[in-house]
Structure formats: structure tokens, C-alpha cells
Design a binder for this molecule. Structure first.
Ligand code: GRF
Length: 200
């Protein structure tokens, strides 16, 4: 068994509730990993605030800070290399990860999506739009999916899923709440599985 503590970078754009769930689970489950970097396209958001409060290094990076996408990708790779990151965890990161980073971190970037992929994924399927589409389609269940990230939105290999019922009186908002609660269990479980496989 490896003694190396897996070094995680969390990429976020919003409240960071999945980030917080993972942070707590790492301690509670005594997993051999630590979150050493929070990268965000927004300097002020719940996730960045949580990172600062918990003495986790933060990096604010947006495409707008650079002349080209290549420079943006190079800066992102620089931060990841500097922190010796092993795995990138996307937790509500509302930007596409540059292809150069996906290539450099092949099979080492994971994402959570608030539906049962391959249904209700792809470009434009994010946030409340996902839950509205699930209700519109008359589904009786939804859930969340943890998957590997490749160059195409929501198309990487599925690693783990968790289901929740869709209730007759659901609105997109009530369904979103139920799915988010399920994500907070699923993401730490999936990470635990990945770490166990990687470290065995
Ligand atoms: C989650 O619903 C996740 O599935 C999606 O973005 C949301 C992030 O929420 N990718 P939070 O920032 O973790 O609260």
C-alpha cells in the first residue's frame, strides 16, 4: 500500500457544497488524501471562501486574464504542477477544462453531474436546466453521476451513480435539492473507491 498522500485540486465556481462534503469525508473516513488547492474562475464564491477559512491554497484563474487559451492552459498547468496535484476534482466548475490539461491529467480528472448520465448531459445541461429536463421527460427517478473527464462534456467513463426518486409534485428546485443531498454522499464514496484502487 502506498504511503503517498494523494494530492487533490478542487475546481469550483459556486457554493462549493460538494467541496465541503469531500473535505469533511476525507477526515471522517480517514482517507489517504488531502485537498491542497482550490482553483476557481470566481474570486468570490462559497468555495473560495471555504478554502481560505481552511488554509487551503487558492488560485483565481479565468480565460480573461490571458491573451490566448494556450496561455490560460499553461497557467493552469503551472499551478497544478507547483502543487504536485495527483487528481483534479471538478465540483461545480462552470468552465470547460482546457484540452491541454485534460491530456496532461488523462484519467485523473473527475466530475459530478446532477443526473443519471448518459441521459441529461452535454452542453447546456447544467444546474436547474437538468432538473427541468428530467421533469419534462416524465422520469420517475434521477440522481447523480461521477465520471472521468475527457474532451467532450459529460462523456467520460462513468465511475459511480446514485439514484433518487422523482416525486409527483416535484419542481426543478425540489428535485435539485434532493439530488444535491445525494451528491454529498456519492462524491466522497466515489473518491474513496478511486483512492482505494489507486493506492492498492
Ligand atoms: C452540483 O449540482 C454539481 O452536480 C454540478 O454543480 C453543482 C455544484 O454545487 N456540477 P456545489 O457548488 O458543490 O454546491
Amino acid at each position: 500500500m502506498s504511503t503517498h498522500k494523494t494530492r487533490l485540486a478542487i475546481f469550483c465556481s459556486g457554493s462549493g457544497s460538494n467541496f465541503q462534503a469531500i473535505f469533511r469525508a476525507l477526515k471522517k473516513k480517514q482517507l489517504n488524501a488531502e485537498i491542497v488547492l482550490c482553483l476557481s474562475n470566481r474570486v468570490e464564491c462559497g468555495a473560495m471562501e471555504f478554502a481560505r477559512l481552511n488554509a487551503i491554497a487558492t488560485v483565481h484563474l479565468t480565460e480573461k486574464q490571458f491573451d490566448s487559451l494556450d496561455d490560460f492552459a499553461a497557467a493552469m498547468l503551472g499551478s497544478l504542477t507547483e502543487q504536485r496535484i495527483d487528481i483534479i476534482v471538478l465540483a461545480g466548475y462552470m468552465r470547460k477544462v482546457p484540452d491541454a490539461v485534460v491530456t496532461a491529467f488523462q484519467d485523473r480528472i473527475i466530475n459530478i453531474h446532477p443526473a443519471l448520465l448518459p441521459k441529461f448531459g452535454g452542453e447546456g445541461m447544467y444546474g436547474i436546466y437538468v432538473h427541468a429536463a428530467v421533469l419534462e421527460a416524465g422520469e420517475t427517478e434521477s440522481g447523480a453521476t461521477v465520471h472521468l473527464v475527457n474532451e467532450e462534456y459529460d462523456k467520460g467513463r462513468i465511475l459511480m451513480q446514485r439514484h433518487v426518486p422523482v416525486l409527483p409534485d416535484d419542481t426543478p428546485e425540489t428535485l435539485a435539492e434532493r439530488v444535491l443531498a445525494c451528491e454529498h454522499i456519492l462524491y466522497p464514496d466515489a473518491l474513496e473507491k478511486i483512492l482505494a484502487e489507486q493506492q492498492s
